[in-house]
Design a protein around this ligand. Structure first.
Ligand code: ZN
Length: 237
């Protein structure tokens, strides 16, 4: 398999949350070599970053094939995002909806920056595919998570690097219940238990109380979404 073959390898944007963990499992099921990339941008809570090595270790333990394919992890320091964003994720502020209808957790253009750095790293590592957990059905409506934005980035990055780069977004048109179902299809009950136990979603960084869907305060927007998705998925089964 040549380096240009898309099956050769992928770089997964991996935050340590539910969505990117399912994306990592998806990539491990498809590509010969899978590396992971995380961004440290001064998140108010570092719980998610702390989950990353644990999730990687647990995914490798789940499946020997996945263990063989799982390559290096990269963590890029994007502290400069804290200088240009005034948001609830990076500062001690209440999470609320802004006048434009977006939650104030939105860092303008954050995914555009992430994808550009990811593409530069993927180029250097000889990986022709980027995998991200962006989702158009997400309640928050981040414009840099939309399918057309991602398609445009794929074209811009491929042209700018003068090499074909594919941006895969397996969750783009899934809702949260579908995401639990996808994990079930990829790795069965063991993968969903891994997601519940080891990934982090809560905006408040709460990990005290374990629910069926995982740890969290249970009331912030991220917890509410995750809990509702889990309940909807269970109701389908
Ligand atoms: Zn929460």
């Amino acid at each position: 398999m040549s380096r240009a073959d898309p099956r050769h390898g992928a770089l997964v944007l991996f935050s340590g949350g539910q969505d990117s963990t399912v994306c990592l499992a998806w990539a491990l099921s498809r590509f010969e070599r899978v590396e992971t990339l995380g961004f440290d941008y001064g998140q108010r809570h570092r719980v998610e970053l702390d989950c990353r090595p644990v999730v990687r270790r647990e995914l490798a333990a789940l499946d020997p094939g996945w263990a063989a394919r799982l390559g290096d992890d990269h963590l890029l320091d994007l502290a400069l995002l804290g200088q240009i964003a005034d948001t609830a994720l990076t500062r001690e502020r209440e999470i609320a909806l802004q006048a434009d209808g977006l939650p104030n957790t939105f860092v303008p253009g954050r995914n555009l920056l992430f994808l550009t750095f990811a593409a530069a790293l993927a180029y250097r590592r000889g990986l022709p595919v980027l995998v991200g957990g962006m989702c158009e059905t997400d309640y928050s409506g981040y414009p840099d998570c939309r399918d057309n934005t991602l398609k445009a980035m794929q074209v811009a990055l491929s042209l700018g690097l003068d090499t074909p780069l594919t941006v895969e977004t397996p969750l783009m048109f899934l809702d949260k219940a579908d995401t639990w179902a996808l994990a079930d299809a990829l790795g069965g009950a063991a993968l969903n238990e891994l997601v519940a136990e080891h990934t982090h979603t809560c905006y408040l960084g709460e990990r005290g109380l374990r629910h069926a869907w995982g740890y969290g305060c249970g009331t912030c927007p991220a917890c509410t979404l995750r809990a509702a998705g889990h309940a909807a998925w269970q109701a389908r089964a």
